[in-house]
Design a protein around this ligand. Sequence first.
Ligand code: SF4
Length: 407
Amino acid sequence: MARIKFFTFGCKANQYDTQVFIELFSRFGYKYSEYEYDIAFINTCCVTKKAEKEVKKFIKRMIASRKDVWITGCLVEKDNLSILFPEARIFPRQALYKQAKSVDIIGISRFQGHTRAFVKIVDGCENFCSYCIVPYVRGKISSRPIVDIITEIKMLVENSYKEIVLTGIDLGAFGKDTGESIGDLIKEINSIAGLHRFRLSSIEVFYITDEILGILGECNKFCPSFHIPLQSGSDRILKLMKRPYSFNDYRARLEKIRDFFNEVTITTDVMVGFPGETESDFEKTIEAISECRFLKVHVFPFSQHKETQSASLPGKISECIKKERVRKIIHVADIISKEMKKEFIGRRCSVLIEDKLENFWLGYSQHYIPVLIDSSENINGYVVDVVPEKIIEKENVVYLLARSILP
Ligand code: SF4
């Protein structure tokens, strides 16, 4: 029986796709093997030039090590990989999904190597932000039926998954093509017996309506943490990026969210070095970060894709300036993040334990703050309530620290 190992590059949607492919190939009799394997199955990413380079290097390494190399994912949709790597077998993602459907795989039952499971509810994006390659490789919005998603989550719960993260390339667009509503989906998920909690992965600010907030507010299993990409604090740059909001719109929505939930955390993505970004535009992004008080900022230097609209924009920013801007953002964001975490000292947190770090148990609170717990009990995989006493820093990560578990 051929032994196969799966390698995943890129986002949560890709990680989910890999899980579906694991179930598909095991149905066909392939044996999943972590260490000794004949086939290297590579799910690729091309979101940045850097990611693309890494993937291609990895494919070359696998071919050189005489593995049977099978490739799928975003890079397959973007480049003609059968010319670049004639030794490899290429699988378009949609073809694999068709095969999965033909053998009645409607979802995943496990998420290997994770305590929480990502569940992709919608694929594709039709927003065409001017810097982004994703709509070209993931195609149009394609939402899964609510009934399939609920069946899948029930399967995961049966297999002891306590937390589900709803994922999608453009999560808020769920139902645009099918007429189903994300609100209905959320309500049904909340009522699944045995599920402890669920969260949303990245969602664009314009989808967070009062109606959705109202529904989420009623859900006792919803983890109050949002990841809402900002990208820039400058309206001029947002417009060039073709992002359909101003910084004022964004800030107003954040205020609404914070009014709505007693305790809520917000993380974001920011891009620096977009063509034409002046010092003053960049300063606006720094100010926006200070004002919005994010728990975490993921910062990306602009990466040019010739297929996107931004490729033709003037005012390219040098790599050196981009690097410096990334550094400045990380500096400001880290100070704020630490302050935000400190606000949770003395407050009750519910933590899903995922791992160990030195002698501590490690998990994430409902607000997506990493928490270390000093306990001799084996609590791996459990959701426990604690009251953190202080923050503690290890290898540049700031954790909340708790010494006892509440009954
Ligand atoms: S919303 Fe914009 S940034 Fe996000 S995947 Fe779609 S085009 Fe890309």
